[in-house]
Write a protein that binds this ligand. Structure first.
Ligand SMILES: [Zn+2]
Length: 346
C-alpha cells in the first residue's frame, strides 16, 4: 500500500517505470522517519511482483520478511534480502561492539562485489543511509556508479543530500519525500491513534507538532512524548488546583509551545465537558470545571490560541506562557477575567 504522503513521489517513480527510464542509481531523500525505506520497498515490490505488489506472491513475501533496520548483535558487511538478488548495506557494529556512525569502505566493497555477479534477474542494492558513507566508502561506491551494469539498480536513502559528495549526487536520479499536512495524512495519523486515546488528541495537532512527519506523530504518542505530555498535563492541573505551583513553571522551560498546545487541549476538553454537563476521566480537571464559569474557559482558550499563533513571531514565548499560567492558576476563583498582554522581545 502506498502511504498517502508518498503518492507524489511514487507517481514519479511509476512514470519512470512506465517510460522505461528507471535509472541505475536512485537517491531517495527526506527528513528522518518520513518513510524513505517504505517508499523504496514499495518500488522494489512494484518491480519484482508480476501482479502490482500483490503482497502474496513469492517475491512480495520474500520482501515482506526483510527487516534490515533491525540491529544485529554481531557485525556484518552487508545483509542479504530474502529475495535472492537483493542486498542491503547499513551501518553496523564496530569491533568494540558499538554501532558505527559511518558506513565503511570494506562494507561498500562487499556491496559492490555482490552486485557484480551476472544474473538474468534484476539485481538490487540498497544503502542507508548514504549520508553516513565515509569518504573512502563514497569513493569506492562512485566507481560502481560510474560504470553502471545492466539489470542493476542501486538505491541510496539519505536524510540530508547536501552532505553527499557532488560526484555521487550527479550520478543519481533523486526523489524527495515532502513533509505533509493534508487531510489524507491527518486521517492516517488518526487511524493510528489507539481508540481509547483518540478523544484526547487531535491528529491535526499531532501532525503539526511532528512538523508534518506522520510516523513521528504516531511514535511521539507511543513513546516518551506521550509520557512527557501526561507530565505537563498533570503539572498544569496541579497549577489550577494549587496556584502556588505556578511559581514552579521552570519545568516547562524550552517546551513553551508544546505546553501551550497541551493547555489548549485541556481547556477545549473542559469546555466540551462543561457544555455536555459530563465528567471526564481526569479527576482534577473535573474539579476545575465544577468551580469555573464556562465564559472564563472560552476567554482563556482565545488567549491560548492567540499565544500559539504568536509563537511564530518575535514574542517572548516564555513570558507569554507565564502570563497565561497566572490566569490559569486563578481560573477557579477569578472575580473578573484579566487582560493578558503580549510581551514583545526587545
Ligand atoms: Zn506480488
Amino acid at each position: 500500500m502506498i502511504l498517502p504522503w508518498h503518492q507524489k513521489a511514487f507517481a514519479k517513480l511509476r512514470q519512470m517505470i512506465d517510460q522505461n527510464h528507471l535509472p541505475h542509481a536512485l537517491l531517495i531523500t527526506g527528513v528522518e522517519k518520513i518513510g524513505k525505506f517504505e517508499l523504496a520497498n514499495q518500488l522494489i515490490k512494484t518491480l519484482l511482483c508480476k501482479n502490482k505488489s500483490c503482497g502474496e506472491c513469492k517475491n512480495c513475501q520474500s520482501l515482506e520478511k526483510d527487516n534490515p533496520r533491525k540491529l544485529l548483535d554481531h557485525s556484518v558487511l552487508i545483509r542479504r534480502s530474502h529475495y535472492p538478488n537483493m542486498i542491503y548495506c547499513c551501518n553496523e557494529l564496530n569491533d568494540s561492539g558499538t554501532l558505527s556512525k559511518e558506513i565503511r569502505v570494506d562494507q561498500i566493497r562487499a556491496f559492490c562485489e555482490s552486485l557484480e555477479k551476472t544474473a538474468q534477474e534484476l539485481q538490487i542494492g540498497m544503502i542507508f543511509y548514504a549520508d553516513q558513507l565515509n569518504i573512502n566508502a563514497a569513493n569506492s561506491l562512485l566507481k560502481t556508479l560510474e560504470e553502471p551494469r545492466k539489470n542493476t539498480l542501486i538505491i541510496l536513502l539519505a536524510h540530508n543530500p547536501s552532505s553527499l559528495p557532488a560526484t555521487i549526487l550527479s550520478r543519481c536520479q533523486s526523489i524527495h519525500i515532502n513533509p505533509t499536512f493534508n487531510e489524507s495524512s491527518v486521517a492516517w495519523v488518526s487511524s493510528h491513534i489507539e481508540e481509547d486515546k483518540r478523544e484526547d488528541f487531535s491528529a491535526v495537532q499531532l501532525l503539526e507538532n511532528s512538523h508534518g512527519v506522520p510516523f513521528r506523530a504516531v511514535e511521539d504518542l507511543k513513546g516518551n512524548y506521550f509520557l512527557q505530555y501526561q507530565n505537563w498535563q498533570n503539572h498544569l492541573l496541579e497549577i489550577a488546583t494549587n496556584p502556588v505551583k505556578a511559581n514552579e513553571s521552570e519545568v516547562f522551560d524550552g517546551q513553551e509551545l508544546e505546553v501551550l498546545n497541551c493547555l489548549q487541549q485541556l481547556v477545549t476538553q473542559a469546555i466540551r465537558l462543561k457544555t455536555l454537563r459530563k465528567e471526564g476521566a481526569l479527576l482534577e480537571l473535573n474539579k476545575v470545571i465544577e468551580k469555573t464559569p464556562a465564559k472564563y474557559f472560552f476567554q482563556l482558550l482565545d488567549d491560548i490560541n492567540r499565544a500559539i499563533s504568536m509563537s511564530q513571531t518575535s514574542v517572548n514565548i516564555k513570558l507569554l506562557l507565564d502570563n497565561i499560567l497566572i490566569v490559569w492558576s486563578h481560573i477557579t476563583h477569578l472575580k473578573k477575567y484579566p487582560v493578558i498582554t503580549n510581551p514583545r522581545e526587545n
